[in-house]
Ligand binder design. Structure first.
Ligand code: ADP
Ligand code: MG
Length: 372
């Protein structure tokens, strides 16, 4: 008798879902990204018991069309990508169609959605754990979508127990992530609250819809933070074709329409490299690629190395958004999409370090020597 057999479909779904939704952070990240992809200008995130009982993300975006109700919970159904080549020009956060189907498998999950043409009426969608639509009912709702995730990991006892133990720490981590989305999403109002059992609802933070990145940072981290920051507005050219030792990947960047030279911008804010000032800034470093929050350990290392040349005693507050062509990086690296592969990263880091030295030299000269 054969010993190699296929895993039953439901189990495969559960196993894979557990890789997309690994913790509270991934739930919130996926839902907020969906709200942003739907064009929301207001996003409310409501936690109950720090997310252990419930996580709700409400947006005022496009809403979901009735034609999509049947498939929205199914794995690999997405409105954002249809062929692999589309990944090269991706402008949305999502593209795999895995988040909602994973949440169906790992939580008690429902959606309420309404479109502009629906008046004050919306639809509540209930799902099977497989992601199949179980039923719909008419409810009162404003335009947009509310996704409700109750009892996360209720059917994975080990993870549920771990979450019960760590939820307060997890919640703090989630707030850090939400700060990043709130600061970078200019034009979007964020409000985040938590309700403890039998306690009252507390607002964790909120931003305004018509605020700039700078105002968002002041709102989230305190106005004092801004005093210690300088704007990052770096711009450098990379010419992967002519650079000695250019990698094949870099050469592949050039297309017929373009000469191969790439302009890369890095915008945001960083602590002034002045000893003592770092104390006023929170210990936060956030990196984005085209407004997508992501983990960029090498970029972070480059920033910190250069900063250390000027201020050895503190580490800087960094809020840096790298502006790149959509075909100059790959987001499809890890199930949670937080890791990003930058093409020709070595050359990019070299140019970035040079640009940072120039910036810090300029600021060092503008600071009285007594403060250095
Ligand atoms: P992906 O974001 O990769 O497409 P998801 O599982 O997160 O996959 O979502 C599946 C689809 O559901 C999306 O492509 C989108 O069409 C729809 N959707 C999800 N969340 C929302 C939302 N908040 N508003 C409108 N549509 C949504
Ligand atoms: Mg998504």
């Amino acid at each position: 008798m054969a010993t190699i057999k296929p895993i039953e479909g439901r189990s495969v779904h559960q196993i894979q879902s557990g890789q997309v939704i690994v913790d509270l952070n991934s739930v919130v990240k996926e839902l907020v990204e969906n709200a942003l992809d739907a064009g929301a200008t207001a996003i409310e995130v409501r936690f109950k018991n720090h997310g252990l009982d419930s996580i709700e993300v409400q947006d005022n975006g496009s809403g979901i069309a009735p034609e999509d109700f049947d498939t929205i919970g199914l794995k690999h159904y997405t409105s954002k990508l249809s062929t692999y080549d589309d990944l090269d020009s991706l402008t949305t956060f999502g593209f795999r169609g895995e988040a909602l189907s994973s949440l169906c498998a790992l939580s008690k999950f429902h959606i309420i959605t309404a479109r502009a043409s629906d008046g004050a009426k919306g639809t509540k969608l209930d799902f099977e754990t497989s992601g199949k639509l179980k039923g719909t009912s008419v409810v009162a709702a404003k335009q947009g979508t509310t996704v409700v995730v109750d009892s996360l990991f209720y059917n994975l006892p080990v993870r549920r127990k771990e979450l019960e133990k760590t939820v307060k720490r997890e919640y703090i981590k989630v707030l850090g992530l939400l700060h990043a989305y709130a600061c970078i999403s200019v034009g979007v109002k964020f409000s985040v609250s938590n309700q403890v059992p039998k306690g009252k609802k507390t607002v964790a933070f909120s931003t305004n819809a018509n605020a700039s990145t700078k105002e968002n940072i002041a709102n989230v981290y305190g106005a004092k933070t801004l005093l210690a920051l300088v704007p990052l507005d770096l711009k450098f050219e990379m010419d992967p074709c002519n650079r000695p030792g250019a990698t094949q990947t870099a050469r592949n960047w050039s297309t017929q329409e373009d000469s191969g030279a790439r302009t890369i911008k890095v915008v945001g804010y960083i602590s002034r490299p002045v000893v003592g000032e770092g104390r006023q800034t929170p210990d936060r470093q956030m990196f984005f690629v085209n407004t997508r929050p992501c983990l960029l350990p090498q970029v972070s290392k480059a920033f910190n190395e250069v900063y250390k040349l000027y201020n050895i005693t503190q580490s800087p507050f960094i809020f840096a958004d790298i502006k790149l062509d959509t075909n100059a990086y790959d987001v499809n690296v890890s199930p949670d999409k937080r890791s990003i592969m930058l093409h020709d990263q070595t050359a990019l880091l070299e140019s970035l370090k040079n640009a940072l030295v120039e910036l810090f030299e300029m600021h060092e000269q503008s600071v009285p020597r007594s403060q250095l």
